[in-house]
Design a protein around this ligand. Structure first.
Ligand code: NAD
Length: 302
């Protein structure tokens, strides 16, 4: 039985670890949150008392943590000093390219194989085992990475060397943030012009305005039953997470000397939406900002 250590059992990691256990792997799981740990234990994982304990006998270590600072700390203090050198280390969190490369260099210097492998697909795909993984790793290590990720994945692509997985992820999410705002602007304009937004969906989803944000994740309730717009924009991909990814893209663009002005505008709009108190709502809820239907938390309480 393959021995997996899984650290970070939140919205994403919880479902991912459960799929590893479902595939008959022995999963030693750890999270700072007892609730998350108990849930993982209920899904067939073994609860470890610490990250150090979780990785002690692992063949593969998978981390799914909030941001670069958490990943740097967990690797420096828990994983690298305690995992067997033979363990394959895979970080699936979305973090900055520099942190991914720094952790990869430390892991390599300590004799480990490492991959950055962020995901696309959200919590539904994490639960269903249908995530898309974009991987940065040494070419020789890719088959082992693919095998380790298999129970959680629909598709796994090697983007390039260390850091390339994170680069692919932030570029992809910049497209997503920008395209969602474009779709929301268009739906709000359609409404203002007296055009039924559902009719606009029918036309644009079969015309050149077609894109994932419109057709697979429609921010207007109705046409796409699985979209968060049909459940009050709860669950899905939080505005605060989208903002984090757009910030990562802008920081990367500034460092690389790249121009990404639409990404910057999207970051500004999501920062505003977050400031208005909507950080926990799905990112497609920004439609309400363009419709002029936003209430601040203060107004909503009145
Ligand atoms: P989350 O906040 O729900 O989960 C993170 C978990 O990490 C929490 O349970 C937290 O307790 C745990 N944690 C933090 N520090 C820890 C430590 N030192 N040791 C052990 N556990 C620790 O976040 P999430 O939504 O699961 O996202 C995780 C990552 O996946 C993020 O980088 C996010 O950007 C990325 N991501 C999220 C989505 C999504 O739809 N939620 C989609 C794609 C990628």
């Amino acid at each position: 039985m393959i021995r997996i250590a899984f650290i970070g059992l939140g919205n994403m990691g919880g479902g991912m670890a459960a799929n590893q256990a479902r595939a008959q792997r022995r999963v030693m799981a750890y999270d700072l949150s007892k609730t998350a740990l108990d849930k993982a234990a209920g899904a067939g994982c073994q609860a470890a008392g610490s990250a150090a304990e979780a990785v002690a006998e692992a063949e593969a270590v998978i981390t799914m943590l909030p941001a670069g600072s958490h990943v740097r700390q967990v690797y420096a203090e828990e994983v690298l000093p305690n995992a067997p050198r033979s363990a394959l280390l895979i970080d699936c969190s979305t973090i900055d390219v520099e942190s991914a490369r720094a952790v990869a260099a430390q892991a390599k210097a300590s004799g480990f194989r490492f991959a950055d492998a962020p995901v696309s697909g959200g919590t539904a795909a994490a639960d269903a085992g249908t995530l898309a993984f974009m991987v940065g790793c040494d070419e020789a290590d890719f088959p082992a990475v693919q095998a380790a990720l298999e129970p959680m994945s629909r598709i796994t692509v090697r983007a390039g060397d260390h850091g390339a997985g994170q680069a692919a992820k932030i570029c992809n999410n910049m497209v997503l943030g920008v395209s969602m705002i474009g779709v929301c602007e268009a739906l709000a304009l359609a409404e203002k012009l007296g055009l039924d937004p559902l009719k606009f969906f029918e036309i644009s989803s079969q015309s050149s305005g077609q894109c994932w944000s419109l057709t697979s994740y429609c921010p207007w309730p109705g046409p796409v039953p699985a979209a968060p717009s049909n459940r009050g924009y709860e669950g899905g991909f939080a505005t605060a997470m989208m903002l984090k990814d757009l910030k990562l893209a802008q920081e990367a663009a500034a460092r690389a000397g790249a121009a990404a002005p639409l990404g910057a505008t999207a970051e500004g709009l999501y920062a505003l939406f977050d400031r208005l108190g909507y950080g926990g709502k799905d990112f497609s809820a920004i439609l309400e900002l363009f419709r002029g239907r936003i209430a601040t938390a203060h107004e909503a309480a009145m």
